[in-house]
Design a protein around this ligand. Structure first.
Ligand code: FES
Length: 338
């Protein structure tokens, strides 16, 4: 953890004031706490000040301290302790916080930092030329199971490769960060195993809540039990239309060749995805390199890849690997394939 100090005086504004809407919100927030406990509002107020001005200024710290009747040093301690608070001006479109703690480091955070150095600024907490982007390394952000990861504003982006991070930074730089779905960037649901569940995989249905909540007959308070309340079904997950196997946009399948290409060399393809591609008769780099836009959309939709084919530029990767293997890949991308 680096030392966190307030920004230099020459960038500190003379004063701070919440705008009218935030002033009303702050009063409401402070009132949530019992008399004498208003100081508990310090974190939400600091966060609101940051959302309003883009970073937490010294004037904001002092204003909030006055509002909560706290010594300035106490609010300063909070603002400098939590890396969620930016105490220096940061990029206006994205401030990328790369977790560099051990699990993320072992899973490639150093490569993510290299991306930030290349695309934003060599040094942390410096903005790029246009002032839109900045980055820093932070300690564990609590998403280690999906390492490596970054935080941008209030969202986490997990299971990252350098290619994916470059894509995410580009979207934010273009003012389209909202296009990127936060959370895992691979075929994983939240923090479940990548690809598919590996435990509790039998088809035995789970007991419904009503069955577990049944009152034993001996303890029933009335001779005639009331009719059981209908069991509330969990709302069905929003189903996305899955293209059919007969769809004309499905890429042509081939017979399994004697020698298979290692599709896992494509960044973003793991063993589970490779097996799914094999199931569709896709075994070689050359096949993937020739996919049309419609075929990409079909594979993406059928295998629920959520845009990762384009995001990771599988076509360009597969094309390089098909033409010249690892050597050509290094020539095109400046690094070895996975
Ligand atoms: S180590 Fe990176 S999120 Fe925990």
């Amino acid at each position: 953890m680096s030392v966190r100090r307030l920004a230099d005086d020459n960038v500190q504004p003379q004063s701070f004031a919440f705008n009218e809407a935030n002033k009303a919100w702050a009063a409401q927030t402070i009132n949530k706490y019992p008399a004498g406990r208003q100081q508990s509002a310090v974190i939400p107020l600091l966060m609101r000040a940051q959302e309003q001005d883009g970073w937490v200024t010294r004037a904001a710290i002092e204003t909030i301290a006055d509002m909560l009747e706290m010594p300035y040093i106490r609010v300063l301690e909070v603002a400098t302790f939590y890396t969620q608070f930016q105490i220096k001006p940061v990029g206006t479109r994205a401030h990328v916080q790369v977790c560099g703690t051990t699990p993320c480091m072992l899973r490639g955070s150093e490569d993510l930092i290299a991306v930030c150095k290349k695309k934003i600024h060599h040094d942390p907490l410096h903005t790029n030329e246009s002032g839109t982007l900045s980055w820093e390394e932070v300690e564990c952000q609590g998403a280690c199971v999906n390492a490596p990861m970054v935080v941008i504003f209030k969202d986490t982006y997990e299971d990252l490769t350098p290619t994916q991070l470059e894509y995410i930074i580009d979207r934010f730089e273009a003012g389209k960060g909202g296009d990127v779905t936060p959370g895992p960037q691979i075929d994983r649901v939240y923090s479940a195993p990548a690809g598919a569940p590996v435990t509790l995989t039998t088809d035995t249905p789970a007991p419904k809540f009503a069955a577990r909540a049944e009152v034993p007959a001996a303890a029933a308070p009335a001779a005639t039990p009331a009719p059981a309340a209908p069991v509330a079904e969990a709302p069905a997950a929003k189903a996305e239309a899955k293209p059919s196997l007969d769809d004309p946009n499905r890429p042509a399948a081939v017979e399994k060749p004697a020698t298979l290409d290692d599709l896992k060399m494509i960044s973003g393809v793991g063993p589970v995805m490779e097996a799914k591609l094999h199931d569709l008769g896709i075994y070689t780099f050359a096949q993937i390199a020739k996919w049309t836009e419609k075929e990409i959309a079909w594979v993406d939709g059928y295998l629920a890849f959520r845009g990762r084919i384009l995001r990771d530029d599988w076509i360009k990767q597969a094309d390089a690997l098909a033409r010249g293997g690892e050597e050509e890949y290094v020539r095109v991308f400046g690094k070895k394939p996975r």
